[in-house]
Ligand binder design. Structure first.
Ligand SMILES: [Zn+2]
Length: 112
């Protein structure tokens, strides 16, 4: 049986599940994919791993869609830190939407 365990968004604290709409990395013109330690938000994938039942995460699939602050589609590809957390949580498959509309299905360890 399949079930949806959790739905999460980027958030600046665990209890506030909305994004601030501001990106510190954009403010300092940091290229995409770099310096995630500057983020004030906890990424949705991280919030999901923190909150989910570890037993249910083993072998599970996570689905990710990304949006920019202006509402345009962003790549759902997990950042390096999130990839590590997904691997450590024993998530089996990551399904994410790319900005060209393609759906990528891959194991966390295979994400480039
Ligand atoms: Zn991330």
């Amino acid at each position: 049986m399949r079930e949806i365990c959790l739905v999460f968004f980027n958030a600046n604290t665990f209890s506030i599940r909305i994004d601030t709409g501001n990106c510190e990395r954009e403010k300092y013109n940091v290229p995409k994919g770099q310096r995630y330690e500057l983020c004030v938000a906890v990424h949705a994938e991280q919030n999901a791993v923190i909150a989910a039942d570890p037993v249910k995460m083993k072998g599970a699939t996570i689905y990710i869609v990304g949006y920019n602050a202006d509402g345009t589609l962003a790549s759902g590809k997990p950042c390096l830190l999130c990839r590590r957390m997904l691997k450590n949580a024993m998530i089996a498959k990551v399904v994410y939407l790319e900005i060209d509309g393609s759906i990528i299905e891959v194991a966390p360890s295979e994400i480039q």
